[in-house]
Design a protein around this ligand. Structure first.
Ligand code: UDP
Length: 253
């Protein structure tokens, strides 16, 4: 497949410059493809994790598509006059993909992840919004490692071609790396807590907060237990600023 988008490497992780519409088109194309393709929605915490985990860094850099999921990556790209234009989250992808499935009938989804009942509630919400959308299976994200083959078998039986996995990162990407090929889905996308948002279990930050780049603060206030994970944010700012300065320096004659 021809790659049309440009990309940037931020702290060793490739991020592709795609708009929301382009990301949807790529996922539609990958869903029909022969080779199983992994799509990563990359955030700051994941980028920092990739600094110390080679398997994860290789996985991101080898993904069919690595999408900019957070404002931090967008700002880091802008500081280097890089190609990233917008932020596209897992939640941003689900609605247009569902709309496309309802209109064309060429996408069949399996939702895997979230607490018991959440993926099913997300499916019901989408079926109400997009009558005709093909969500052919759901499964919660709490399982013992030995259950993965059974989960794979139920995905195969569903004949899904788009597997959305919301187990949190890096669990969802590792699961996809290990099992996507066996599921026979053309594309697997790590979507984090998106099912919670689509199901209405966890509200999304209001638009003004998102526009101001403060979704992380909203999530921290709603779920204070995230503070430890969010320590990655200041570390990212320091590391990405250093990288931007080094990049400018290296471009001077
Ligand atoms: N989750 C899951 N299985 C697990 C751990 C987490 O299905 O073993 C789900 C959890 O219910 C939530 C999502 O994974 O829906 C993680 O959400 P979070 O907002 O932490 O994701 P991220 O910030 O990584 O996108």
């Amino acid at each position: 497949m021809i790659r049309t988008e440009s990309s940037i490497r931020i702290l060793g992780c490739r991020v592709d410059a795609v708009s929301r519409a382009e990301a949807v088109d790529r996922i539609v194309a990958l869903a029909q493809g022969e080779t199983p393709s992994l799509v990563v929605t990359l955030g700051v915490e994941m980028t920092m994790f990739a600094q110390r985990d080679t398997r994860f860094r290789n996985l991101v850099n080898g993904a069919a598509l690595s999408i900019c999921d957070t404002i931090g990556l967008l700002l880091a790209s802008r500081a280097r006059r890089g190609p990233l234009r917008e932020r596209v989250t897992g939640v941003d992808l689900i609605d247009p993909l569902a709309e496309r499935s309802a209109a064309h009938g060429d996408l069949r989804f399996f939702f895997f992840g979230g607490a018991p009942g959440v993926a099913e509630r997300a499916a019901i919400a989408l079926r109400n919004r997009y009558p005709g959308v093909a969500i052919v299976g759901t499964r919660d994200g709490y399982f013992a490692p030995g259950q993965s083959p059974t989960i794979v078998a139920s995905i195969v039986a569903s004949k899904a071609n788009v597997l959305l996995v919301g187990l949190g990162s890096p669990k969802q990407e590792y699961w996809l790396e290990d099992y996507l090929a066996a599921t026979k889905c053309g594309v697997g996308v790590g979507v984090g807590g998106s099912f919670d948002v689509v199901a209405g279990t966890v509200p999304r930050a209001p638009r003004v907060w998102r526009r101001a780049g403060l979704e992380w603060l909203y999530r921290l206030i709603r779920q204070p237990s995230r503070w430890r994970r969010q320590l990655a944010l200041p570390r990212f700012v320091i590391a990405a600023t250093r990288e931007a300065i080094a990049h400018r320096g290296s471009r001077q004659p």
